[in-house]
Design a protein around this ligand. Structure first.
Ligand SMILES: Cc1ncc(COP(=O)(O)O)c(C=O)c1O
Length: 475
């Protein structure tokens, strides 16, 4: 095939995706709205994508760009001359490495654990799963959804190698009381990681724009590491995050070397070995091009968009904003029992060209719709709120999706450990999730079913569904 035809096919395939620009997709994507920024990132990506970060002596350009990005992140987040870091492939990898470094820093602890607020990102569950560090879950305040520093302090024991706080949490957009948590952790000599994957590049600018942002960075004594994703609010092409450590000794545990084979001595700073220079160079270019003043302007626009959308949502009968968000993320829940359901609202929004992300109930947090608001939402707030109000009206008209009592009981009683892959496939087919044709147009019924499934069953069902999706096209 000619290059032209192949590219036309890629473009045609991409037409079936959610839009990544224009502010209509309120999860997964971050749009600055700045003309030319994508093109700049793409050009820089192309210039470096064949270079390999595996050997910084062979590709000193990548070493230089990584050191520059780490320095920029440290400057933004209260770093000191001792602050060091690593560029990783994304937020999950940064969080994984923070846990790995903490475990390796305490090789004397045979059964390590980490103390987590229940609102912490699922990346830490993955770290627990991969690295054998037990997650100790600490409930958050049921109204504000902020971590409870006293309960966290009480949960720290002699096997605790790490405490984690979010700035902010993904699900509710609230910044945990980092200063109090840090005090408790450092009093017990335990590391504190601040997961600022989503907030790290925007909270400092929101503060400059006049927002009240509680302290969360290295200016807080006791904070030992911070993760901040450049592919979120630094508006860089995907595949790039920074993990900062207060000093080099704290980073050492996620470095890895092996001379135990006949090839080159493998030396890795992150989980990856071969590392494309593409995302790094793209981020370096975007960060320098937008610049400090540029990020401040983007944050001002985002702050204004959040305020307008929040005020608009609060006027929609039957909806409320969960907790008291400190940043650019909102979670919309039902107010009382208003006679409609949020999963139908999400479908109605999709029909109107918006993607809002359903979040299932968890602990004190009811089912809700997540909004990641970016600079591109500035100017489109009224259209969003009008379509939201229309979607609520349509959902009210349709009435709430009901999962029959019998079916609900059946699902609640299913033990995922006892089900075979064939039984899962049958269940999924019954729900209309066959994999072949992707997702059904309307998701409300399926989401309502998933919502009544216990968490372990929901995980298994969705994993089996994933297995159906990732199959050769001919099958
Ligand atoms: C607070 C937080 N931590 C970690 C992550 C994981 O980041 P990624 O999806 O880049 O792996 C996210 C993603 O939204 C996040 O919001």
């Amino acid at each position: 095939m000619s290059a032209e035809d192949v590219l036309a096919e890629v473009a045609a395939l991409r037409d079936g995706d959610l839009p990544t620009h224009g502010g209509r997709t309120l999860a997964y994507v971050y749009d600055s709205g700045l003309a030319g920024l994508d093109e700049l990132g793409a050009k820089a990506h192309a210039l470096a994508s064949s270079a390999n970060g595996l050997d910084p002596t062979a590709f000193p350009s990548l070493l230089r760009m990584e050191n520059d990005l780490v320095a920029a992140a440290a400057a933004l987040l209260g770093g000191t001359p001792e602050t060091v870091g690593s560029v990783t492939s994304g937020g999950t990898e940064s969080c994984l490495l923070a846990v790995l470094a903490a475990r390796e820093g305490r090789r004397d602890v045979a059964e390590p654990n980490m103390v987590l607020p229940t609102t912490v990102h699922a990346a830490f569950r993955k770290a627990a799963h991969l690295f054998g560090v037990r997650a100790v879950d600490v409930p958050v305040d049921p109204v504000t959804f902020r971590a409870d520093p006293e309960a966290m302090a009480a949960a720290i024991d002699e096997n605790t190698v790490l405490v984690v706080a979010s700035a902010p949490s993904y699900a509710h957009g609230v910044v945990d009381p980092v200063a109090e948590i840090a005090r408790a952790a450092s009093a017990k000599g335990v590391r504190l990681h601040v997961d600022a994957c989503i907030g790290g590049w925007v909270l400092p600018y929101l503060r400059r724009a006049g927002a009240t942002v509680p302290p969360f960075d290295f200016t807080v004594p006791g904070v030992t590491s911070i993760s901040v994703d450049l592919h979120k609010y630094a508006y860089c092409p995907k595949g790039v995050s920074v993990l900062l450590h207060a000093d080099a000794s704290l980073r050492r545990g996620h470095y890895f070397a092996s001379a135990d084979w006949p090839g080159y001595t493998m030396l890795n700073t992150t989980l990856q070995s071969t590392r494309s220079g593409g995302p790094l160079a793209a981020a370096w270019a975007v960060v320098r091009h937008v610049g400090d003043a540029g990020y401040e302007r983007l944050a001002r626009d985002t702050l204004a968009a959040v305020a307008e959308i929040r005020a608009g949502v609060e006027k929609v009968d039957g909806l409320r904003v969960l907790g008291s968000p400190d940043s650019t993320l909102l979670a919309l829940a039902l107010e009382g029992d208003p006679g409609f359901d949020l999963f139908t609202v999400a479908d109605e929004m999709k029909d109107r060209g918006w993607y809002v992300q359903p979040q299932f109930a968890h602990g004190a947090s009811p089912a809700n719709l997540h909004l990641t608001i970016t600079a591109a939402n500035r100017g489109g707030e009224a259209a969003f709120v009008a379509d939201l109000a229309a979607s609520v009206a349509a959902a009210r008209e349709a009435g709430p999706v009901v999962v029959g009592g019998e079916l609900e009981q059946l699902i609640a009683a299913l033990d995922p450990e006892q089900l075979t892959p064939e039984q899962f496939e049958g269940l999924l087919a019954g729900a209309g999730l066959t994999g072949g044709a992707g997702l059904p147009e309307r998701m409300a019924q399926i989401n309502a079913l998933l919502a009544v499934a216990p968490a372990r069953l929901r995980e298994r069902l969705l994993l089996e569904f994933l297995g159906l999706l990732y199959r050769p096209p001919s099958r």
